[in-house]
Design a protein around this ligand. Structure first.
Ligand SMILES: [Mg+2]
Length: 397
């Protein structure tokens, strides 16, 4: 089949705030073919910056937009996705955020190939890599922000426990902004609210920058509450500081990687940063294939791969296909408190099943359906003009 259209859509809530909540707006990408099929993907990056990568006029041979690279191309199988990814990235060599932006289209291409071949994406990946194609259920962990105070955090944790979550991650907000006693009180509140049996994770939200000494001290102080990991205590690219931190073998395992916007960055954190959990966002790193490569590296190095997903269940679907077939990688970041937009985006979200687990859908492609009716009110039409030429005019959903 031939690619006939590549359409990015900018959607947003009426009011955007400074909260560390990436579900307030989004960039969806729809790819259509002459076979009458359409695939969808979602980027977790600045939506309008990414949108321009789909339509910016050519500057020279190394700055050619994603649409130009894809429209008219043949798409019949996984090899075509790999070939087209190489073409898009080569044509956009000097576009700094090309992987970020391309993630949505790459995911949509996998969705299309799966639909054409009648197979779920996880099975296509298994066939390509010669590995097991048996999917395994994941334990969803609710991903929420810390309350402004320990008391508020405790109530959030109790609420999650009452909703049946057996695992939850608390992050950002006041963590690291005040003194050590406050940091410890926040983690204690999360543990007490979730109960002794639950898994809790702590996301420090890059608050200690390159200060690996403080990160180590906090990891030791938090160990009494047995968190599964301490996430992003340091800046996303502070590879040397991560190396210094993990060489001291802190009592709580260190997790990082969501900021990886190319495969190499994740590889660096694993190989030189020594992290024990690598967290990859398929909507940032360039899509499903580079995420799958990080999964394979994690398998080789004996560390755990986890998804990073703080968007809709469209992103969750893309993330889940990447590591559904590894039974050891059993945790799933599960968006639990996103905006109305993110909650309405998919007609058939992933339920937490009666055994408390989430399963990948055994349907062609990503296996989920974008609810265009439900999200149309959030569409913010975009028109970009250069001189008298319209460079971009948003299509209809
Ligand atoms: Mg995080």
């Amino acid at each position: 089949m031939k690619i006939t259209a590549v359409d990015p859509f900018y959607l947003r809530m009426p009011d955007i705030t400074t909260a560390a909540d990436g579900t307030q707006d989004t960039l969806l990408v729809r790819v259509r073919t002459d076979a009458g099929l359409e695939g969808w993907g979602e980027c977790d990056a600045s939506p309008l910056v990414s949108l321009t990568v789909y339509c910016c006029p050519m500057s020279h041979g190394n700055i050619i937009n994603i649409r130009t690279s894809l429209i008219g191309e043949t798409l019949d199988g996984p090899d075509d996705v790999v070939r087209l990814s190489e073409k898009v990235l080569r044509n956009g060599l000097d576009i700094q955020q090309i992987e970020h932006a391309y993630s949505g289209a790459e995911i949509a291409l996998w969705d299309l190939v799966g639909q054409k071949l009648g197979k779920p994406v996880y099975r296509l990946l298994a066939e390509m890599s010669g590995t097991s194609d048996v999917p395994h259920p994941k334990l969803p962990y609710a991903s929420v922000l810390f309350g402004d105070t320990p008391e508020e955090t405790y109530h959030i944790a109790v609420g999650l426990r009452e909703r049946g979550y057996r695992a939850a991650k608390f992050g950002w907000g006041p963590m690291g902004k005040f003194d050590e006693a406050n940091d410890i009180a926040l983690v204690r509140a999360a543990r007490e609210g979730m109960g002794a049996e639950a898994q809790i994770m702590i996301d420090a939200g890059v608050v200690w920058g390159t200060d690996h000494e403080t990160a180590y001290q906090r990891a030791e102080a938090f160990a009494q509450f047995s968190p599964t990991w301490l996430e992003e205590p340091l800046a996303p690219d502070a590879v040397d500081a991560y190396g210094a931190l993990t060489q001291k073998r802190p009592s709580v395992p260190i997790a990082a990687g969501e900021g990886s916007n190319i495969y190499r960055m994740a590889e660096d954190l694993i190989v030189h940063g020594g992290i024990q959990f690598v967290q990859i966002d398929a909507g940032r790193i360039g899509g499903i294939m580079p995420s799958f490569k990080v999964r394979q590296l994690a398998e080789q190095r004996g560390i755990q791969y986890v998804n990073h997903t703080f968007k809709s269940h469209l992103s969750l679907a893309a993330s889940l296909h990447v590591f559904a077939t590894n039974s050891d990688f059993n945790l799933l970041e599960y968006p639990a408190a996103g905006s109305e937009l993110s909650q309405r985006l998919i007609a058939d979200p992933f339920p937490v099943e009666s055994d408390g687990m989430v399963r990948v859908k055994d349907l062609p492609g990503l296996g989920v359906c974008v609810d265009t009716e439900a999200i149309r009110p959030y569409l913010a039409p975009v028109r970009i003009e250069v001189g008298t030429d319209a460079v971009f005019e948003q299509g209809s959903l």
